[in-house]
Design a protein around this ligand. Structure first.
Ligand SMILES: Nc1nc2c([nH]c(=O)n2[C@H]2C[C@H](O)[C@@H](COP(=O)(O)OP(=O)(O)OP(=O)(O)O)O2)c(=O)[nH]1
Length: 254
């Protein structure tokens, strides 16, 4: 079939602009020991050489937090946990909105893949680099954050990991163990769109940081009717996983 020419629909919205959704770029102000990470762009020419908070566009179906975590992994090769959003907001030349979240590195080290320089800046060094104009509105609040004596101020709102349990007893036992070990745990009933038989619903145990996720995975490994859920959708995030098209009771090798 012939693809319609752009001239056939000159005002057609970009896929991510459907339903009037505003395009958002998330920047992450990674904080460590009273310093924030600034990164120097290499492209496109209009922004090359400018300093920014690593990050990027929020993809359709993705939350801003998910986008920030993904972009940090892509651009810096490490895992971040995002905290609160700075109160400023700015509009980029293309009309998108730039929002900046505080964050910290929870796994790995900074290894830039797209930027040609990074700097960890203390409050009194914050204005030593040539920030992109859209970043200026965030600097005053960041100066305050960096000056706080408490050090790393970013509360953890991490990517979640989850495990599926066929048996509620198993789920409760694992959740109890994780709580005793000091982890934040959420226990929920699994549901698929259109499903209404609550008797058959499985259990989900959610955790909020990579250490807890690794521990959850260890505990799950010892239980026959439980497994880690990959790519767990977050509330308000991606669409629910499709219904399985057949029985899915895989025995784990012991
Ligand atoms: N990530 C980020 N982008 C910023 C900041 N300040 C600022 O003006 N921008 C602009 C530069 C870019 O035009 C745009 C973000 O685009 P991007 O190239 O980082 O986003 P992306 O990774 O999703 O892009 P793409 O290559 O997938 O198209 O926002 C900032 O602090 N962080």
């Amino acid at each position: 079939m012939e693809t319609p020419r752009p001239a056939d629909a000159p005002d057609a919205p970009l896929p991510s602009d459907r339903d009037g959704e505003q395009r958002v770029v998330v920047g992450v102000a990674l904080i460590r020991a009273g310093r924030v990470l600034a990164a120097r762009r290499t492209a496109p020419a209009a922004t090359a050489g400018g300093w920014e908070f690593p990050g990027g566009k929020v993809d359709p179906g993705e939350t801003e937090i998910e986008a920030g975590v993904r972009e940090i992994a892509e651009e810096l090769g490490c895992e971040a946990s995002l905290g609160r959003r700075l109160s400023a907001e700015s509009t980029l030349p293309n009309g998108a909105v730039l929002r900046v979240y505080l964050g910290r590195i929870v796994f790995g080290e900074v290894g830039p893949t797209e930027h040609d320089a990074v700097r960890w800046l203390a409050a009194d060094e914050l204005r030593e680099v040539a920030w992109l104009p859209a970043d200026e509105p965030f600097l005053a609040e960041l100066e305050q954050v960096l000056a706080e004596p408490a050090g790393d101020p970013a509360p953890v709102v991490a990517p979640t990991a989850a495990a599926h349990f066929d048996e509620g007893e198993d789920a409760e036992q694992v959740a109890g163990t994780l709580r005793e070990e000091g982890h934040t745990v959420r226990l929920a009933r699994e549901s698929f769109a259109g499903e209404d038989d609550s008797e058959d619903r499985a259990w989900l145990v959610h955790v909020e940081d990579p250490v807890a996720a690794r521990r959850l995975s260890e505990l799950v490994g010892a239980i026959e009717l439980a497994w880690m859920v990959d790519d767990e959708p977050q509330p308000g995030g991606r669409a629910p996983a499709p219904l399985p098209d057949g029985p899915k009771r895989i025995k784990r090798p012991r």
